[in-house]
Design a protein around this ligand. Structure first.
Ligand SMILES: C[S@@+](CC[C@H](N)C(=O)[O-])C[C@H]1O[C@@H](n2cnc3c(N)ncnc32)[C@H](O)[C@@H]1O
Length: 380
């Protein structure tokens, strides 16, 4: 048994069940044994090991297109003299390294750029420093300067922030908890439990966005942690001006269901089995994040799907260009393109939320964006 699991079992025996959010926070971010604190979990199946992979790790095209998106927005915003590029949860730093390589071709842009990472894991900070040595690191957005225009990027960051789950009953809502199996003796097996019923445990924004019909047994996921980060991000953009791109898997309309999951070695495992050893995530409720941003005064076009978004930025053209330069890698490049954009791969499950200060021009890649060509062609 992992030491974290033993510690959590002792804590539950002494103080009572944990909320799912507290369990998830400990499993991912415990300073000693948290999943992200001790490892770089990224890798393609079979090739590099790891537990899961992400879009920037799948292909350089992802970061190149986001880099072109940044350069395009900066130019259409009047080429401000100073720009801060901020990434939340940068993982190995691959996305920002690809963006900086792309922006390096636009010397006029690159010389105005400050790079800031919001990252809690000391282990991953060291990985990021190897790829983006000139970045500055922060524990939260609070210390990122807000005096210059800012572009904030977050890929697969919100899915790692803790969630709570509530089950609909005849009389209200029961929170799903994590407790210790009493019949298991010394085994300390962790199991799900239920709290007392409550009338309405949700934030005002989420309460207004619950599915129209709910039946007893339906599960609703909530995340005060995500709402807090989103509120902080909106406050930052309101002060600095600028825009944000949030990419993650999730749902754009209110929905019920259990999306809490654990991945280890590219396979789903029981989320309670080995806290600290597996990646824990839950799908992102984009409807709540979008509404929150609009209530905070930001402009936000309708949520896009990753596939159409990347294609609007020039994914097919970039793949063809790379394949022309490396004909022997044609199959690999087209496979990566499909992985990112095909509807049955990441193309539809992954969503893109764009936010902008009202002084910024429309964002490329979204329905209310206004671009004559793909941004990657404009900035090649
Ligand atoms: C799934 S990884 C995503 C990595 C990267 N964005 C990518 O696409 O490859 C989640 C990242 O968020 C970081 N993270 C998790 N919780 C965090 C928090 N509360 N504050 C800052 N970073 C956090 C992790 O350490 C990790 O770098």
């Amino acid at each position: 048994m992992s030491t974290l699991k033993a510690r959590l079992a002792e804590k539950i025996k002494a103080n009572g069940p944990l909320s799912l959010a507290d369990y998830m926070h400990a499993a991912l971010s415990d300073p000693q044994d948290g999943y992200y604190m001790r490892r770089a979990p990224f890798g393609a199946p079979h090739a590099e090991g790891g537990d899961f992979t992400t879009a920037p790790e799948i292909s350089q095209m992802f970061g190149e297109l986001i880099g072109a998106w940044c350069a395009d927005l900066w130019a259409r915003a009047g080429a401000p003299a100073q720009l801060n590029l901020v990434e939340l949860g940068p993982g190995r730093g691959t996305l920002m390294a690809d963006i900086c390589r792309t922006l390096g071709r636009h010397a006029d842009f690159a010389e105005h750029l400050g790079v800031h990472f919001v990252e809690t894991s000391p282990f991953l900070r060291a990985e990021q420093k190897r790829r983006v040595p000139h970045a500055q690191w922060h524990d939260t957005l609070a210390t990122v300067p807000d005096t210059a225009k800012t572009l904030v990027l977050a890929n697969e960051f919100f899915d790692a922030l803790p969630i709570s789950q509530y089950t609909r009953t005849q009389n209200g809502w029961q929170e799903i908890t994590v407790t210790v199996e009493t019949a298991a003796g010394e085994n300390n097996a962790l199991v799900y439990g239920h709290s007392q019923e409550r009338e309405n445990p949700f934030s005002a924004i989420q309460s207004a966005l619950l599915p129209a019909t709910l039946d007893p047994g339906d599960i609703i996921e909530a995340s005060p942690a995500r709402e807090q980060v989103m509120a902080d991000l909106c406050t930052h953009l309101a002060r600095s001006g600028g825009a944000a791109l949030i990419v993650d898997y999730g749902y754009a309309r209110p929905a019920a269901g259990d999306s809490f999951q654990a991945m280890q070695h590219h396979a789903f495992v029981d989320p309670l089995d080995s806290p600290g050893e597996a990646d824990l995530t839950a799908h992102v409720n984009f409807a709540v994040l979008l509404q929150l941003a609009r209530e905070k005064g930001l402009q936000a076009p309708p949520i896009a799907q990753q596939g159409p978004f990347l294609r609007a930025l020039g994914l097919d053209q970039r793949a063809a260009q790379l394949a022309q330069k490396n004909p022997e890698a044609l199959g690999k490049i087209m496979g990566e393109r499909d992985r990112l954009a095909a509807p049955d791969q990441m193309g539809h499950l992954f969503k893109v939320l764009g936010l902008r200060h009202r002084d910024m021009p429309p964002l490329a890649g979204f329905e209310d964006g206004s671009l004559p060509d793909t941004v990657s062609e404009a900035h090649r």
